[in-house]
Design a binder for this molecule. Structure first.
Ligand SMILES: [Cu+2]
Length: 166
């Protein structure tokens, strides 16, 4: 028996993972958009910013797939009742800044129907250090189901009850 000998075949690729001496990058993940149950009301957008080695400020969020987009902050830990528009968000070094329900969020008016059908929208975040980060956000219906890639055999019933034919 020679099981130990067989276990030492480490992939050479592992050697490439250890030697990264670069600065920790600024990045964004966890982006999604939640549509409002009332289609006349704006959708909300969320994501998480992971700060790099230096503090920066998020100066703008833009998208080509909505008529209007604003950064907001909810006050008092509640829903959308008390919120205000904000112009920028500070991201301290190595900090995590979340846009999340009950706190900071995006508001999106009139999202392109094609984006909704595709289930995806792209945001461009511009930071004070010159970084411009593109992030894809999943578009979710009011209950959290993705609007794109409609399942062929839905398990939740009648969420996709209408079909448009052109
Ligand atoms: Cu808002």
């Amino acid at each position: 028996m020679n099981a130990l000998a067989r276990a030492i075949g480490l992939p050479a690729a592992l050697a490439l993972l250890g030697g990264c001496g670069r600065e920790k990058p600024l990045y964004v993940d966890g982006a999604y958009v939640r549509l409002n149950p009332n289609p006349d009301n704006p959708a909300a957008g969320y994501f998480t910013i992971h700060g790099g080695e230096r503090p920066v400020t998020l100066r703008a969020v833009e998208t080509d797939a909505a008529v209007r987009l604003e950064m907001h902050e909810s006050m008092g830990g509640g829903g959308m009742a008390s919120m205000k528009a904000i112009d920028s968000v500070d991201v301290p070094a190595r900090a995590t800044v979340s846009f999340a329900p009950g706190g900071k969020h995006l508001m999106l008016w009139t999202i392109n129907p094609q984006a909704i059908a595709a289930g995806k929208i792209q945001f461009k975040l511009t930071f004070s250090n010159g970084d411009r980060i593109l992030v894809d956000a999943e578009i979710q219906g009011p209950t959290g189901n993705p609007t794109g890639n409609a399942p062929e055999a839905p398990t939740t019933g009648t969420t996709h009850a209408h079909v448009e034919v052109h």
